[in-house]
Design a protein around this ligand. Sequence first.
Ligand code: PLP
Length: 387
Amino acid sequence: MLHIVDIQSAAFPANQPDRPPKAIPVTKSVLPSLDEYMNEIRELWTSGWLTNNGAKHQQLERELVDYLGVEHVSLFTNGHLALEAAIEALGLTGEVITTPFTFASTSHALIRKGLTPVYGDIRPDDFTLDASKLERLITAKTSAILPVHVYGNVCDVEMIEAIAKRHNLKVIYDAAHTFGVNVNGRGIGTYGDVSMFSFHATKVFHTIEGGALTYNDPALKSRFDQLKNFGITGPETVQAPGGNAKMNEFQAAMGLCNLRHIDETIARRKRVREQYDALLKDVQGVRILTPQPGVETNHSYYPIILTAEQNRRDELHDALAQEGIFTRKYFYPLVTDYAWNQNRFASRRTPVAREIAERVLTLPLYPDLALEDVTRICTMIQERVKT
Ligand SMILES: *Cc1c(COP(=O)(O)O)cnc(C)c1O
């Protein structure tokens, strides 16, 4: 039995005491039972080992290698710092081609590591970086590509690999949304040089805060260990000016508990997703995403695109909120429209990303969302897009 609580964030007004009785947040964190978690952390009181590559940390890394079907896993205290570590370990320089249709973390990691993001457009069907438009963005300064597997949709990994090979570029995937996703039976984390997974409380699998890098090259392991622990390699040896990004034992314990239930979590998300699909697929003015061939997804988000010529996305968002149904304009604004990004880089047009950002609405999706509530949400959407 999974227990699910409201997200504790101002972004989710469902926690307010005066909320309407049937308020539905856009997402909720999955929790194991309190007993299960207590059992998992009990031995920490005996060992006294709370962080720095403890027993839970080691066990979670091993279990994730199996579950994700990857060669190597390194855990971090969150996904963002994992991404910064990947950028640093691969020694990226100059320009990195990425997408404006993502969470702030992707571009911010590049900027914070002294790199210049170059923005490519996305594909209209799955919202991932359009690989067919990548090569024209490559210059003498380009060192890597940083695509994002948006909403659990996977990028064109084959074409990206071919381009990277041809131009001798590194590839880091932001796989924050694709925990447990497989492509043609292969773990998504095996593609590219490194993939970053986020284990934040709102993600399909979480360790409260947390993240991981997956990679095929075993030599990266010690680099990541140094970067997340001050560059310390022994009691009296410090190899590199590393920072601190270690996952602690309480986080790892939460991960071990949540991993026991992950198949049920994903199956219950699938149930919700299928109900949305059935009720929205024929609604005029609404476009839903179609499954990608060969991809076993994790049903992490449910975005819809409003297609009517007169775009009334914001009105729909506000009308649903009035009824206690909290949706998100995810991802809006584009990263290229952030205040810090204004006129900062040679701006390239990304018309598809712009159109999608202005028309997308992400609907509530979490494992115990009642199917009656999904029906209610779909009825409201249908009534409002009609008029
Ligand atoms: C959640 C997320 C991140 C950052 O992960 P944290 O674990 O919150 O640091 C990065 N990229 C994307 C696309 C995300 O959704």
